[in-house]
Design a protein around this ligand. Structure first.
Ligand code: ARG
Ligand code: ZN
Length: 864
């Protein structure tokens, strides 16, 4: 690549307000697979520099005509991906006619055909693949949209309300839509297809009727009720907790098979990846049910946090995503188990986000430099962004936080704003100074905390010193404002009141300096401290806590999350001790006994018990080491699992047999299934005769959670029943690609020596399709993320498989390619042999002709 054709970066510091406004946009689509005509009529007003040209974005468009106030013009140029028009009057109507080809658009961005239906994806910058436009989120316009199509597409949908429909002269038909709310182009949507529809309705708290419609491929109606129920729960919850009500007369969701992400919050017309909508008990697991509920909620919540108030520029993405993830997490937690939702969220942080923060793609939740915006829909912007909002919530409390939200909407409804605007609203409404807190928006990397504790018997004083260290890869970071929640437990496991010199102390400490000491008195014996309770800040905490204290926390902490956290720490410490020592050290009797008590007593939430019994994932453990000891982690975790399985075999059998699953979707039934699955997971690793029977039984269940639990237990234990069960599943489910994705994932996780050949053979399976992101992720994504022994083969064959795939995807769907590249981003953290082999793949990709911006940006950073 020469300097001149290298992709150019955009910088936050270069932001300039637009020179023109688009007050109104009229679009007419004449849909044809290879030659869709798009006519755009833009009502423009100059707001900036008198001499400024109008600069419109456009990619892969054929310009058919261009006129200003109905007069054709020639005073324009097309330079790269921009159409530049000079000498425009201060206000005018600009008409642009272009032609595009939805059928050949495999990028799944702009307008494309998905399994026979037309659909769009415009966030972040896909609208420019539809027509020339000011494709930036700070240009807000009302839209009128006319869709003309063949009658084999009975449903023609766009944002807002349908205001007209009918036939055209040549036997085609049309609909016309009007969206009364101003919106940026990224929220535009169009769908044309032949769907089954589930209809329902909702009455808002102020008494307005809203029509709800869920569009799915023909034959899928039986898989829609859960998503519809989730939508109504989300609408109700947003009224109850945030006092936010829906604003249009109709809310539509369309499920499509080809989609790069989970879903998209287009105004009044959400478009979803079908895997995030379709579910029934036969085809979807309890986990799928949960994911669907949370994504339906997420997109719904965007209507206020994202659509009514949107982002000024894409660097502010976390303004809407961090906040909306926080909202969807709260939704799930209010409706289900708060502890389990917290555990899930923290797992995402500790595995994916911490590793992104430590690698070459590290960026603050508000990035400052971007080449390809699609590369910044990251766990950092989304999940760390949500943690930052959560910390604000912790610092302000629910009441003040809600006051802040109210003020934010009062000030900014209908505007495109920045993260600073959000912070100002929060701080103005609460009176709490967030000046230092703001650094969370500018600093990349995971802060490291050291906690030093001491207890003085004579004065009955306990003191805690918290030290903040900059992340290793961000040495210049300044100290952050960290809400550091704690609980002190006495020897009986009771919570100790926090006070110093007669004054009560709130359990959330404000850590603001690089070293800070907190004192507590009136404490009669050395306490056990639960630190960073509930993961109150997204940090790495170093504490010298011994096994006894961790077991105490696991038993007694008031936070179920912290109990789990302590249990994880016990496992992590044991893995580390093994890696340090020359001979292998088994899990202590105390740990095994604590686990036994959990299985036998079955006290409290059974789903939490299941979590407490799980070892940390490979990625979590990997995060503990500077150079990841791949073989050792695999060996030791296998050894621990075998030890747990053998020591508690009869308890697992007893537990499995005693739990009755009524097959419902109640929280209790879900919890029972998860604990039964956990039992199976361990039992599969024993020689017990019962195990094979349990596995076969569960595999023949009509409930997908049980089936998948059985199969995954069998696969992970390389159990002899594996092949038979997998073959049966294939023949049973070939007609349902979403279910087959589960099968592809199981196939990819098999650790036998022929794993790579197996995957290559599966590329030929009738259900596999390189252009479908769900298929690719199910097969190759599962392989690269979860099949550690085979992906990280020392001979590099696992890496070659992924490298080959990325080269292929670069030409089909760069966005998907870029996401699939992630495992290579941390190549420097592996041993010499492995890192060299991964680097070779990165270099292969870097040398590609026609390398996409998406891959370029990541590969360049990785190799820098
Ligand atoms: N805004 C969507 C959501 O979070 C995600 C869309 C991302 N699309 C993309 N091409 N990066 O719900
Ligand atoms: Zn979102």
């Amino acid at each position: 690549m020469t300097e001149s054709n290298k992709p150019q970066a955009q910088y936050l510091k270069d932001y300039k307000a637009p020179d023109f406004l688009i007050n109104h946009t009229e679009l007419t689509f004449d849909l044809l697979p290879l030659s869709t005509k798009v006519s755009a009529l833009l009502t423009l007003t100059r707001v900036g520099d008198k001499k400024a040209p109008l600069v419109l974005d456009g990619i892969d468009l054929r310009l058919l005509s261009l006129s200003v106030d109905a007069v054709d013009i020639t005073d324009y140029e097309i330079i790269g991906e921009q159409l530049i028009i000079n000498n425009l009057p201060d206000s005018c109507r600009l008409s642009i006619v272009t032609e595009i080809s939805p059928e050949t658009n495999t990028s799944l961005e702009g307008l494309y055909l998905s399994g026979g239906a037309y659909c769009t994806q415009c966030e972040a910058q896909g609208f420019r693949k539809i027509t020339y436009y000011m494709d930036r989120p700070d240009v807000l316009s009302t839209f009128d949209v006319t869709i003309i199509a063949d009658k084999k597409y009975p449903q023609l949908l766009s944002n807002g309300n349908q205001i007209d429909s009918g036939e055209t002269q040549n036997g085609r038909h049309f609909t016309k839509w009007q969206d009364p709310f101003k919106k940026p182009s990224y929220l535009f949507a169009l769908v044309a297809g032949d769907f089954d529809v589930l209809k329902d309705s909702y009455v808002t708290q102020s008494g307005r009727d809203v029509e709800l419609a869920l569009f799915v491929d023909k034959g899928n109606l039986s898989k829609t009720p859960h998503a519809m129920t989730s939508l109504k729960k989300a609408m109700q919850w947003d009224e109850a907790r945030f006092n936010l009500e829906y604003d249009l007369d109709i809310y539509m969701i369309v499920a499509v098979d080809f989609f790069n992400m989970g879903a998209m919050e287009n105004k009044g017309l959400n478009i979803f990846n079908s895997k995030c909508v379709l579910a029934n008990q036969e085809t979807a697991t309890d986990k799928d049910y949960h994911t669907i509920e949370s994504i339906v909620g997420h997109e719904y919540f965007h209507n206020w946090t994202g659509n009514r108030v949107t982002c000024r520029d894409w660097f502010q993405l976390s303004l809407k995503e961090g906040l909306t993830v926080f909202r969807d997490q709260e939704f799930s937690s209010d409706l289900g188990s708060r502890a389990l939702n917290r555990i899930d969220a923290v797992k995402v942080m500790r595995t994916h986000q911490f590793s992104e923060d430590a690698g070459p793609m590290a960026h603050p939740i508000r990035p400052e430099k971007v080449i390809e915006m699609n590369n910044f829909y990251t766990v950092t912007v989304y999940d760390k962004g949500a943690e930052v909002i959560r910390m604000m919530h912790t610092l302000l409390g629910e009441q003040n936080f809600q006051k802040g939200m109210t003020l934010y909407f009062e000030r900014h409804d209908g505007q495109a704003v920045t993260c600073d605007d959000f912070l100002s609203a929060m701080s103005d409404a609460s009176g709490i100074n967030l000046a230092q807190f703001k650094r969370w928006y500018n600093q990349a990397g995971t802060p490291r905390l050291n906690a030093l504790q001491s207890f003085d018997k004579d004065s009955n004083t306990y003191s805690l010193t918290v030290e903040q260290l900059a992340p290793l890869n961000q040495p210049n970071n300044e100290p952050l404002h960290i809400p550091f929640a704690i609980e002190l437990l006495d020897a009986n496991g009771h919570s100790i009141a926090l006070e110093y010199q007669g004054k009560k102390i709130v359990h959330v400490l404000n850590v603001t300096q690089s070293t800070q000491t907190f004192n507590f008195d009136n404490i009669s014996s050395k306490p056990v401290a639960v630190l960073l309770e509930d993961f109150s800040a997204p940090c790495i905490l170093n504490q010298q806590t011994d096994e006894h204290a961790l077991l105490h926390i696991m038993r007694f902490a008031r936070s179920d999350f912290s109990r789990w956290d302590a249990q994880q720490q016990l496992f992590i410490n044991a893995v580390k001790a093994n890696i340090k020592s020359a001979e292998s050290i088994a899990l202590s009797d105390e740990i095994i006994n604590a686990l036994r008590v959990l299985v036998v007593n079955q006290q409290g939430d059974l789903a939490l018990i299941a979590e407490l019994l799980k070892l940390p994932s490979f990625d979590t453990l990997a995060g503990e080491f500077e150079v990841i000891p791949v073989d050792e982690i695999i060996k030791i975790t296998q050894q621990f699992e075998k030890q747990i399985a053998d020591s508690l075999c009869s308890e697992f059998i007893q537990c499995f047999e005693s739990l009755f699953d009524d097959g419902s979707v109640s929280a209790n039934a879900v919890a029972i299934r998860s604990l039964k699955q956990l039992c199976l997971h361990y039992l599969a690793k024993t020689q017990s005769i019962q195990a094979a029977g349990f596995i076969k039984d569960a595999a023949s269940s009509s409930n997908m959670t049980n089936v998948l639990g059985a199969l995954s237990a069998a696969v992970k234990a390389s159990h002899e029943v594996c092949d038979e069960l997998l073959n049966h599943f294939d023949s049973q489910w070939r007609h349902d690609v979403l279910v087959m994705d589960k099968w592809f994932a199981l196939q990819a996780m098999q650790t036998s020596e022929n794993a790579i050949e197996n995957i290559k053979a599966l590329y030929e399976h009738p259900c596999f399709d390189f252009s479908n992101p769900n298929r690719v992720r199910a097969l190759v994504g599962s392989f690269s993320h979860f099949n550690t022994p085979q992906f990280h083969r020392a001979d590099g064959q696992g890496y070659s498989l992924l490298g080959d795939l990325l080269i292929k995807l670069n030409a089909i769907n760069p966005q998907n390619a870029s996401r699939m590249l992630t495992p290579f981003m941390s190549w420097k953290r592996y041993d010499k042999v492995r890192s060299r082999a991964m680097k070779q793949q990165l270099e292969r990709i870097a040398a590609l002709d026609g390398l996409s911006d998406d891959l370029f940006e990541k590969v360049e950073k990785a190799l820098a």
